[in-house]
Design a protein around this ligand. Structure first.
Ligand SMILES: *Cc1c(COP(=O)(O)O)cnc(C)c1O
Length: 386
């Protein structure tokens, strides 16, 4: 489905760390953090062991806890919701924009007003199980889906009106720009992830970014077993975690950051090949890039099959040709642990479910050749014709 783009530069940097005795908490993590904060233009960048860990620390750092409501999207990778459940907060889903798959900010605004009004109005937005309107709306957690930022002018207006914090799940959007502003910097806290299918990789790893000094200090402490500044190795001011990134991974990330523009350009070129060839294939819709996206940071290449096309059959036919595909995403509210706990049902978030039914992610990475893209498109065309 995807493939990291690793050169001798990365291999040498990782090997160099292994010549030293500093395998954790050393200069590579600091250099990697500095590279990310410089690139996105933000005060603090804190390297962590995964995107999920980073989002969890964001939730902890903002004090989101038992029964708090957080408005988020069901059209995402499960981690963006799971980190709320870890702290016993209640994710309040609103549906997404059909063009981009990003959270629908009109619905977000309506939900925020109703949740704050409380009572029956609030109940409308809550899951069947957990309807007691006793929570407090604390935050918004939009996701920048597929490398395109959500509508942050609207999100910032909602957050300002109701004094809500914003966690930006930018795990799929390093390098993307919203009206010229960097994705990840548009809320109180942003998170970029570096699993091997992302725009850059550290194998496992992620970066939390924020301009807020208090939040950065707390996240650094929580990442490192709760050690506050001044704590000795066996002192723990906070209930913390081991969410640190090791030096080898950080060295890999530092070199990948130095190549970020090259990596994004290569991904852009592959996406353009796909767009060219798929434009002529009936039954295939391409991802809509909204005017607010001044830079798309291609994460996956997802096509939307026209209503009535049997996606499973198309996927199987591609698979027989050795071409893997994925149905991006399975709605979070319909995952087994979510229906068990909150009693969600099919039909609760129709736009999300429609996208989930029709979306198909094609093989995508910056190192695909034009010939490979052509072959995928030919096979897709044939599968659709048969
Ligand atoms: C990749 C991703 C994450 C984080 O994933 P990890 O595997 O924990 O690094 C979080 N949210 C979204 C939307 C993602 O795509």
């Amino acid at each position: 489905m995807s493939s990291p783009d690793i050169t001798y530069l990365e291999r040498e940097a990782v090997a160099a760390v292994m010549q030293t005795s500093r395998l954790s908490m050393g200069p590579e993590v600091e250099a990697f953090e500095a590279a990310v904060s410089r690139y996105v233009g933000i005060k603090h960048a804190i390297a962590v062991s995964s995107g999920t860990a980073g989002l969890h620390l964001a939730v902890r750092a903002l004090g989101i806890t038992d029964g708090d409501w957080v408005i988020t999207t069901p059209f995402s990778f499960a981690a963006s919701t799971n980190v709320l459940l870890y702290e016993r907060a209640i994710p309040v889903f609103v549906d997404v924009d059909p063009d981009t798959g990003n959270i629908n900010t009109d619905l977000m605004a309506a939900a925020a007003a109703d949740l704050i009004a409380g009572g029956k109005k609030a109940s409308r937005w809550l899951p069947r199980q957990g309807k007691e309107p006793t929570g407090i709306l604390r935050a918004l957690l939009p996701v920048d889906v597929f490398g395109q930022a959500a509508d942050y002018d609207s999100i910032q207006a909602i957050s300002a009106e109701h004094d809500l914090r914003v966690i930006e799940d930018s795990c799929e959007a390093l390098g993307a720009q919203y009206k010229g502003r960097q994705a990840g910097t548009l809320g109180d806290i942003g998170v970029f992830a570096f699993y091997p299918n992302k725009q850059i990789t550290t194998a496992e790893g992620a970066m939390v970014v924020t301009d807020r000094d208090d939040v950065a200090e707390l996240i650094r402490a929580l990442r490192n077993q709760g050690r506050a500044p001044g704590d000795k190795w066996l002192d723990h001011t906070h209930l913390g975690y081991n969410y640190r990134l090791d030096e080898m991974s950080a060295a890999l990330g530092r070199v990948q950051m130095s190549r970020l523009d090259e990596l994004l350009q290569k991904r852009e070129r592959v996406a353009a090949w796909y767009e060219d060839r798929l434009a002529e294939i009936p039954g295939v819709e391409l991802l809509h890039i909204t005017p607010t996206t001044s830079r798309m940071s291609w994460f996956v290449f997802v096509v939307r099959l026209e209503d009535g096309i049997d996606r499973k059959r198309v996927a199987e036919q591609l698979d027989e040709q050795g071409i893997p595909t994925r149905p991006y995403f399975t709605p979070i509210h319909l995952q087994r642990y979510m229906t068990d706990r909150f009693e969600y049902q099919p039909g609760d978030y129709p736009v999300t479910e429609d996208l989930s039914r029709r979306n198909l992610a094609l093989p995508f990475s910056g190192i695909l050749s034009e010939t490979q893209v052509e072959r995928v498109c030919d096979c897709l065309r044939r599968a659709l014709e048969s």
